[in-house]
Write a protein that binds this ligand. Sequence first.
Ligand code: UD1
Ligand code: MG
Length: 460
Amino acid sequence: MSEQVSVAILAAGFGTRMRSRKAKVLHRAGGLTLIEHVVQAAAQVASTPEGIVVVVGHQAEQVQEAVAGSGVRFTVQKEQKGTGHALACCRDLLQPLGGLVLVVYGDCPLLRPETLSALVALQASSHAAATLITTVLADPSGYGRIVRDANGNVAAIVEQKAATPEQRKICEINSGIYCFRGDLLWKHIGELRPNPASGELYLTDLVEILNGHGRRIVPMEVEDSSELLGVNTRVELAEVDRMLRDRKAREMMLAGVTIVRPETVSIDAGVRIGMDTVVEPFVQIQGNTLIGEDCHIGTGSIIRDSILEDGVKVDAFTLIGTSRLDRGAQVGPFARLRLDNHVGSGAHVGNFVELKKVRLGAGAKAMHLAYLGDAAIGEQVNVGAGTITCNYDGRAKHQTRIGKNSFVGSNSTLVAPLEIGEGSYIAAGSVITETVPGDTLALGRARQAMKPGWPSRKRK
Ligand code: UD1
Ligand code: MG
């Protein structure tokens, strides 16, 4: 039987170099906060969600909120007294679980679950006290350096400030990702002493402590250091965001999605897209958007938290928020489906049409220049150019209902609350304020007057 694996995520620090009012791990990359990425990766290797403990400190409540619902637990580190102290704060929650304890940082969103699993596997097979991920960097400055013993195990980790000129030449660095045998970790963590220079408890000092007890620390050197990249500045945040976007686009393409000029497209981590859908350049697909097969997403479009069934066509420069588009619907170019819309199958929404809280029936059309808000529009209705639902009276919003197969002439003003029955006609240019029964022509405009000869008389 494989051993219990729990995870400590250190995320109490503020991240001063971000120059932000917001705690570092709450900044977003790849469509999620940094802490969400790390929790998601941890969830793939931890035996249970409760076995994941996030150490929070700065803006503890907001950090907890960001990953609420994932089932992880939290411990508050009131003062940031170092990485060793942060891990010690997890003791009450993790020691009873036994098994192995992974330690990761909350600001390393590129870390893949596969890498964590490999570390756990090495720990389980090596019978060491701990294993840790190392990598060789061309420029190791700022990192703790790995000092190996004659057997290739880790003798010590020396922080930059304490390193001798000779040690500073070591290019193998400590990633900060460890896997400990829980029993030995909790037995010896109390032996950490404050660093004389900073007064902090350094987790890295545990290496020498465990060695002193005759225990081995085994390194897992990884070739590709990119996934160990932590975010310290906004420059690094942008870099990490780019890498997460690349990774997501690649994953989508390998799953059968065509992405044209993928380097210009940004797709959030939570998005899913079906086979043979085409995504044009400069598209953003955000949140938990779900896109079916054989869809086409035109250039410059932004889609957030929406559901697009198979065969939906979104033409260029269209904005879609929290909406649902049924099979074969077509929207854009330059349409705005602001929020909570449901566009029926085969319905069309054309250029410069804004929808808000609209149910547009199957096969219905609003092709040009309209504002439709708080409306239920039946199947096969044709909404003419320039139609406006006057849904707001200055105090409250009101509903417009248009029965199926109706025809709303161009430049109609529909004053809500309003009901138009099935199969009716609204004459172009009408202002409609009263209920229109079914199968009725409603005209709400001044009758045309003719004055023959008037222009020439005026000119004289
Ligand atoms: C640490 C390691 C260093 C390693 C580097 C890799 C130590 C002493 N040094 O240095 O060997 O090369 O990471 O990035 O561990 N944190 C808390 N509470 C604290 C202090 C830190 O939760 O009291 C969290 C931070 O939010 C951060 C993480 O721990 O996510 C790392 O802390 P940081 O101060 O950045 O450590 P480094 O100096 O980078
Ligand atoms: Mg750091």
